[in-house]
Design a protein around this ligand. Structure first.
Ligand SMILES: O=C(O)C(=O)C[C@H](CCCc1ccccc1)C(=O)O
Ligand SMILES: [Zn+2]
Length: 323
């Protein structure tokens, strides 16, 4: 396909299949969405009114707005929950928040040289951004995305994250607890997705760790001794380009990279709460089992009054008895 080539993708040793690509008005789209299956949707015109959102335009209209920017010593921006860092914990994240005004961010990107720290802007879009950005934002194809929300009985739209990444930036493998319609505005992003059934191959951090929801496996240098099942992980790959919309089902793991040598990428995600009326049928769905596992970890930490005791008790329950 025009616009990118294989040499721009980072090399990982993971079995990958393709994700279906469909036109927005194809009836199969709704059945995939309703069954929590990923799909790349073309032609929705969800963000076609903001294709002009490049660094210059955004600098002009967000110039002095202070934005949430992450800084990383390498190409990985592993998200962490600040609230889960406890005083007696030695937690040394690779990437950290460094709020700055938009024009400073744009300048640092333009002047960036190999060896410099990398930057990644991840800014929630709300009406406190500039008037112009708000007036552009209202021109998203809300009728279409709201019709999807209704058809799939998703909960409310919780936020739109404006993402501006340098070429080559990576958001390591993690899952989110919300439904996500991810729209690319400029540049190309490669997604590697894994269904919830791959949970045991991806070894997410404990729920109480700041890296909750993030895989412990470093895709650039997997530790197959600590994480042997990662060898058999089966993923799905898709390249998302301008105007494409990727549905990322809640609880599906995903690794995201802005293609190398492809310039900055600009994207916006649409996070929706899960539907409230989730009928329970048996056998349970894999993402429902992830919710149960999360609740067991939370309940045990609460009952033991110490998250560090959870592993010991789980081992006591399982080893030699269930194994
Ligand atoms: O839209 C998604 O879900 C993605 O993962 C897109 C990802 C950035 C998300 C950063 C993030 C991850 C977890 C919690 C809060 C913020 C990218 O595009 O690099
Ligand atoms: Zn995510």
């Amino acid at each position: 396909m025009a616009g990118w080539n294989e040499s721009q993708l980072r090399k990982y040793n993971i079995k990958l299949e393709k994700i279906p690509t469909l036109q927005y008005d194809d009836p199969k789209v709704d059945s995939l969405l309703s069954n929590n299956k990923p799909v790349l949707i073309k032609g929705s015109k969800l963000v076609s009114q903001v294709l002009k959102w490049d660094l210059d335009y955004l600098t002009e209209h967000m110039n002095s707005i202070c934005c949430n920017v992450l800084v990383s010593k390498n190409h990985k921006f592993k998200y962490y929950d600040q609230k889960k860092i406890t005083p007696n914990m030695t937690f040394k994240p690779i990437s950290r928040p460094s709020p700055m005004i938009f024009s400073e961010f744009a300048k640092k990107i333009k002047d960036w040289k190999k060896g410099d720290s990398r930057l990644y802007m991840q800014q929630v879009l709300n009406n406190s951004i500039s008037q112009r950005i708000v007036s552009d934002f209202v021109m998203f194809n809300w009728d279409w995305i709201m019709s999807k929300q209704k058809t799939c009985k998703w909960g409310s739209l919780t936020s739109n994250l404006l993402l501006i990444a340098q070429e080559g930036n990576v958001t390591p493998c993690h899952y989110d607890e919300q439904q996500n319609m991810f729209a690319c505005i400029r540049g190309y992003k490669r997604f590697i997705l894994f269904p919830p059934s791959e949970f045991e191959c991806l070894y997410p951090h404990p729920v109480h760790h700041p890296y909750d929801r993030q895989s412990q496996v470093d895709f650039d240098n997997p530790d197959y001794i600590k994480f042997p099942k990662f060898k058999k992980a089966c993923g799905y790959e898709v390249i998302v380009g301008p105007e494409d919309v990727l549905y990322i089902p809640m609880y599906w793991f995903h690794h995201v990279e802005s293609l190398m040598h492809g310039g900055c990428t600009v994207s916006v995600n649409f996070w929706f709460k899960a539907g409230s009326v989730e009928k329970i049928e048996y056998p349970l769905l894999d993402h429902q089992k992830m919710v149960i596992m999360r609740n067991v970890e939370k309940m045990l930490a609460e009952a033991l009054h110490d998250p560090n005791e959870v592993g010991n008790m789980l081992n006591t329950i399982v080893l030699g008895r269930y194994t």
